[in-house]
Design a protein around this ligand. Structure first.
Ligand code: IPM
Ligand code: MG
Length: 350
């Protein structure tokens, strides 16, 4: 699903990578294209047509570009492009969103933090709960009360929702540095106190993983102060939305980072964490690396093709080492290239 803005451009590069990986390792990937977001609204009147849901459910994995743009900013909120994305996450029950934010050594100079902070490395995995919390809680809405407009949403977490995301996070930590930080707002929110209680209970099954808890405001501060203190962060939908952008941008480029959204057994959904970047859409300026790295995640998590995933990751690193840079990661001494050229270099390196 290429979606809107730079979506089609980065997806074109991604599809070529998949083809070349198939050739190199002897696999054939059958792909179908489907509409989502603004383009879907333009063509069908809704951001997530039934055919798209069907096509996703019939697939082994779903790859998404990006959705949204100023063109659809003023339409009825119930059919905004973002509803397409939220809808497909819900339809496929993709409750676990893995957002790794790691600093590529080649991009150290593009990093926003002081060199002495970067020195210690940045390698954080944000595990964000994706189908619950305030994004979906009822009641929600807007109304007029005593002549005054008001809006409201509800943050709800059920035990089963916290348990399953905590398990995913503990498992992820187990495969990494075995440190898990659960982020909440338990000093203020009741829902967070329940969250904290349940995460602590799940920890009993993971004695090898060190669990800590942090309030979200402090976590936002600690992420820029000393990101090296974090290995895996587990948090709810809204806090995870915010913290994953922060974790991403401190690495130097949000244009580099992939994500995976996983459920119990449904096809996983893979997407770059950046948005549709309407300001540079159609100009061949976008960074295709986050999409290409999302394909690596897809091969790893949905197809169990570890070697193939690593091949892509190594090719991306090599491309960076060769000095190729799109505008978002441009640095002194780098060679400025467009989306197509960056994609071609990765293909070459594969
Ligand atoms: C994200 C985005 C989405 C979200 C929007 C586009 C609905 O910000 O994937 O982080 O809030 O989840
Ligand atoms: Mg976001």
């Amino acid at each position: 699903m290429p979606g809107d803005g730079i979506g089609p451009e980065i997806m074109a590069q991604g599809k070529k990578v998949l083809e070349v990986i198939g050739k190199k390792f002897g696999h054939q990937f059958d792909t179908t294209e489907a509409l989502i977001g603004g383009v879907a609204i333009d063509e069908t009147g809704v951001p997530l047509p039934d055919e798209t849901v069907k096509a996703c459910k019939e697939s082994d994995a779903v790859l998404l570009g990006a959705v949204g743009g100023p063109k659809w900013d003023t339409i009825d909120p119930s059919i905004r492009p973002e509803k397409g994305l939220l809808g497909i996450r819900k339809e496929l029950s993709l409750f676990a969103n893995l957002r790794p934010a790691a600093l590529f050594p080649q991009l150290k100079d593009a990093c926003f933090l002081r060199p002495d902070i970067v020195e210690k490395g940045i390698d954080v995995m944000v595990v964000r709960e994706l189908t619950g919390g305030i994004y979906f809680g009822e009641p929600r809405g807007t109304k007029t009360e005593n002549g005054e407009r008001m809006g409201y949403n509800t943050m709800i977490y059920y035990e089963h929702e916290v348990k399953r995301i905590a398990k995913v996070a503990f498992e992820a930590a187990r495969k990494r540095d075995k440190r898990l930080c659960s982020v909440d707002k338990a000093n203020v929110l009741d829902v967070s106190r329940v969250w904290r209680e349940i995460v602590t209970e799940v920890a009993a099954d993971y004695p090898d993983v060190e669990l800590s808890h942090m309030y979200v405001d402090n976590a936002a501060m600690q992420l820029v102060r000393d990101p090296s203190q974090f290995d895996v962060i587990v948090t709810g939908n809204l806090f995870g939305d915010i913290l994953s952008d922060e974790a991403a941008v401190i690495t130097g480029s949000i244009g580099m980072l992939p994500s995976a959204s996983l459920g119990e057994s449904n096809p996983g959904l893979y997407e770059p964490i950046h948005g549709s970047a309407p300001d540079i859409a159609g100009q061949d300026k976008a960074n295709p690396l986050a999409t290409i790295l999302s394909i690596a995640m897809m091969l790893r998590y949905s197809f169990n093709l570890t070697e193939e995933a690593e091949c892509i990751e190594v090719a991306v690193e090599k491309t960076l080492s060769q000095g190729l840079r799109t505008g978002d990661i441009m640095d002194e001494g780098g060679t400025l290239v467009g989306c197509t050229e960056m994609g071609a270099a990765v293909l070459q390196n594969i």
